[in-house]
Design a protein around this ligand. Sequence first.
Ligand SMILES: Cc1ncc(COP(=O)(O)O)c(C=O)c1O
Length: 403
Amino acid sequence: MIGVTLALLLGRLVGTLLYGVKIGLEKALPGSMRHGLAKKAVILCSQHSHYACTTVAGWLGIGQDNVIRVPSLRDNSIDVAAFESAAREQLATGHAIAAIVATLGTTDAFGIDDLAALHAVRERLAQEFKLPYRPHLHADAVIGWAWSVFRNYSFAANSLGFRGRTVRALAAAVSRIRHLPLADSLGIDFHKTGFAPYISSLFLLKDRADFGAIVRERETMPYLYHTGEYHPGMFTLETSRSGSGVMAALANLLLLGQEGFRTLIGHSVEMAEVLRELIISRPELTILNDQNYGPVTLFRAYPAGVDTFRVKQREESDPSYAGELARHNELNRRVFQRVAAEALSGRGVAIGFTDNYRTSSSGEPICALKSYVLSPFADEQQMHAVVEHVLAACRAVESEVGS
Ligand SMILES: Cc1ncc(COP(=O)(O)O)c(C=O)c1O
């Protein structure tokens, strides 16, 4: 997929980020593994990057408070200008940058950071501050990696026959995903968009020599690694490990191939686009992540009479609207609970929910209903069913409130 020198297959959660940041920490503050941190180090990532960044900072001794979360833009990608000033501030204060984490496919909204722009800023700042290291750039692409299969797809010829909206969505995502080779390390989860069972992750490192930063001393491992050439156990956290996640991932890659993955990912995006078309045709519903083009759709339902053309903007930034926002949050929460209860009893559709898609200027969270289509068996009828169930639940909740 990309020109990498070494790969590490992991069967553990949060693993890819942990390795990326650990290697970056050792590059920024050599000797940390042995002596601990000589000075303060930070992780820079976006407001919408996964909470695993905070977990990893805590576990590596960087400290959870030293995760600098930079604001995101409307398309849920990191604000590169804000990132540059945050990085500049940290370097000017003398802090080390353990890692810059670019998220390519945020968990909730499928926001894709501009990796090429982050890379350019990193290069510029390393030179300007005359750093003895290059701050490690880790791409958390555990969700978005799969879109790489479209790198050489001719959207003009569109041999797989996707609809126009789907082609546009796929091409938009690929325009950013194609920069993955710029990252120093990269996380892939086959258990997410690789259709493999939990858990099977891949950590890719661009420069093999970077693994030297975390390799264990030979004398500490007298009982192992005497024959053969590939010994990930010499630099991974664990000694024993399961091969099953790895084999499942490999089986899927071999079975599906590039065309199979294109078909599956394309279908997910196509179903999301069908759903989006249905949602925008209903005045009671509105899409929140309308600038993201993946399989996930975040949307909200509103009581009859609410002007859904203006409501998003008012909820986000009009302090006098905070009471309405809280009521709409409550409506959506109850809609979700109804739809989820129906689904659990086998009668409905499975949707998700997020407690805090964004925070309004008055500090109130903005929650959202969530449709995450990944099943190859999802069809248009089911997308219609999502809208029907949500609208029915909305009417039911409204009548409960009114009675
Ligand atoms: C963008 C992103 N990064 C990291 C993680 C953590 O990965 P894992 O679930 O493998 O621990 C997730 C999981 O949802 C994620 O969505």
